[in-house]
Structures are given as C-alpha cells and as structure tokens.
Ligand binder design. Sequence first.
Ligand code: TYD
Ligand code: MG
Length: 455
Amino acid sequence: MAKIKTVFYCQSCGTQSSTWLGKCPSCNEWNTFVEEVIQRNDNDKQSGLSNFERASKPISISEINLSDEPRVSSYNNELDRVLGGGIVPGSVVLIGGEPGIGKSTLMLQVALNMKGSKILYITGEESEQQIKMRAERIGMHNKECFILTETNTQNIFQQIEQLKPAVIVVDSIQTLHTQVIESSAGSISQIRECASELQRFSKLTNVPVFLIGHITKEGTLAGPKILEHMVDTVLQFEGDRNHGYRILRSVKNRFGSTSELGIFEMQSTGLREVSNPSEILLSQRDENLSGIAIAAMVEGLRPMLVETQALVSSTAYSTPQRSATGFDLRRLGMLLAVLEKRCGFRLGAKDVFLNIAGGLKVDDPAIDLAVVCAVLSSSENIAIDAKTCLAAEVGLSGEIRPVTRIEQRISEAEKLGFEQIIISSYNMKGLDIKSKSIILKPVKKIEDVFDLLFG
Ligand code: TYD
Ligand code: MG
C-alpha cells in the first residue's frame, strides 16, 4: 500500500515544505502554508495517460520540420491575434480572469464557431443544460462541439481517447482532480498535478488545450504561480464588469508577442469582436464639452484613440479629492503637481475626477498630455476642439516628451478624421510631414499647449 504523505504548500506561490512555516521563504507572504495530503501511487497507469505515451528519441534540430505544425485558426480574429496568429498544436493556453468577466462565454463561442473540427468542452462548473442555454443565447450551433461534465482527469482522458477531439477546453482547472494525488480539488497540489497531466497529454498528442483559471481578489491567478510556468501561453481576460468592453491580453506567450491585445464587447448574444477599437472608445457627442481630451495611444501594437474625461470642481472639504478610473492615481497626482508647481495653476483647492472612456485601463505614457489637457479644459471651462487629439508624455518639469510609434498614432488619428494632433517637438525628427493631411502641432512645454488650446 502506498504511504500517506503530507506536504505543506504555500497557497500563494506554491512553494513546498516538509514542515509548517510562518513565512514563505520564496514569496515572503505570512501564514500561507497549508498541509495537503498527497498519496503518490507509484503506478503511473493511474493517471490515465499511459495510453497516449510513446517513447521519444533525440532528433537533430536541423531535421525538425517546422511546416509540420501550422497554426490552426480559432475563427475568432481577436483571439487569433492575441495568440500570435492562431492556435499552436500541442500548446496549453491558460485564460485567467475575474468571475463573470466572460471566460466561459468566450471559450464556448470559440468552440461553437470552430466548424469542421471536433471540440471537447469539459466543464466542472456548470451543467449540460446551463451550457446549452448559453449556446442558445449566443445563437450558434455546432454538431461537432461536445460537452463533458466531469472533473476526474482519469475519466476525462478515457473520454478523450474515444472521442479524439481536435481541441480541448477545460472550464476550469480549479475544479479538476486526479486520483494520483489525494487532496481536495482546487488545492495547490491538485491544480499542479492536473495541469501537468493535461500538459503532458497535449505534448504527446499535439492536441491544443485551453485551460480556464480563476483569479484571486488580488488579481493573480488563483493557485500557484507554477501554473503560469507550466503552460505555453497565459491570457488575461479583463474589463470593467459594468462596461461592455472586454480586453484579452497576453501575459506570456511562447509562440508570439505579449504586446498583442484583443477587444470584445459583451452583448446580450455573446461577445462581439471589436476590430476598430477607436469607434467605441470615443463617445458620441454633438457639441463640444469642456473636460474632454482625446489621446492617440497604442495598446500593444494597436493604435487607438481614447477619450479622457476630467471634472474639476471646488472642494467642499479641507483635503481635495482625487479620483481616477482607468488611470494610475499616483500618476494623476504627479501630473497635477506638475501643473501646480511648474505652471502656476491652482488646483490645490479643487477636486479632480478623471475617467478613461470605455472602461479601459491605460498604461501608455502618451496619454499624459490628454489627461493634463482634460483637467485644464474642465478647470478653465473651455472645450477642446473635437477634431484635435494629443500624444505625448509630460515630464516632471512640465516638458512635453516624445513617445514611441508616433507614425502609427498619427496615421490612426488621420484615418479617423482628426484635423490636428499635438505632439512633442522631439518627435518631429524624421517625420514625413508633407504626405499627411492632418496638421501636426509640435510643442515643448505645458505652457505652449495651454496657449495653443486655451490662449
Ligand atoms: P461567464 O462567461 O459565465 O463568465 P466567467 O466564465 O468568466 O465567470 O459570463 C459572464 C457574464 O456575461 C454573465 O454575467 C452574463 C453575461 N452574458 C451576457 O451579457 N451575454 C451573453 O450572451 C452571455 C452568454 C453572458
Ligand atoms: Mg465560467
């Protein structure tokens, strides 16, 4: 009989220890060690993987044929884009995101849309009826999409062997359990073992596997970080639940760039692919309103124009309020300090609220100038011309700094019908101005921008 063995696992990073520890030596978290029973059976047949096993031999790198492994399209342009051009056979893709963000919807939609290949959608979260209801809602049908409500990996591999699907979706990795290990589903050791079984299976059979993973309150993937190390690609599905827009971001990708971005809109009939993001990120308005500035930003490799909105009002309290949605609050504080200190705008007695339209979270520093201008516009109560956009970083001394990919930003703004774009003078070097119908307004300091827009 196999010996019962218990091991302590850090629930935050997955570090293993034979004794209980108060502080994890690896991630420095306190009180995260939990004892888990693991009973490893020496018999590897138990895992159910032995049927797929084949011995591999060393092969010269020059003999490995790349064209043997073409990418498979998921028939979803946004997903294909984030994956780096389609699904790679034999790859394991982890999709993380908060509950209710639409992970199950996205994968079911992909499964229903991939006509011509057999898809197995394994769920431990919902019943067949619930899945069917969702499929009805999405309004797609695919005879080749099979649903399996099962959580035991041994049974799953048995079904896979019979069905021979071309793509497998697991919803979610936290609900699976393997009988090789004797601890409860969702525990670190179970997640790790199940993911490793699926990964081995995928490598042995060349069948791509999509794993859906839950996310903790802190925003990291629930379960161990190790999960991220084991899979080939980690995608993050994010967005504001109150807004319709969802962003699929690649966090790790062994087969492509991590700067790609997919945008979807959650509708009553499922997720719609958004191929022109600027359309949704610019709100429709008939008249010019103060407090609005348009930033020409680049997310990943995609240029898009985003509306930043600011509201500046006199404060009723002794400490003025600062609030930012979709933008780093500390960076807003810094920009306000720059305005106050270097340019003499009195904002200390004002409340400042900032919002990025569409529920987008922006890291691109090129949005700085738009934030500053939106604040100034609201504070002065003068609207910025709706056909003007901005792309520049603001430095601590109020200087307007150049940003990357300026050509791309300008072309996007031009394409969307903007008439002028305000950029840093340092970005003008090497720009071909003549071929552009949009007017470029180079600026060096915040004061220049102020004169240009409100002077
Ligand atoms: P779901 O895909 O179950 O999220 P997750 O698997 O990430 O937890 O569903 C997300 C939400 O989307 C749910 O609150 C209902 C909503 N929804 C729509 O708005 N339209 C639709 O067509 C579907 C299927 C869901
Ligand atoms: Mg779900």
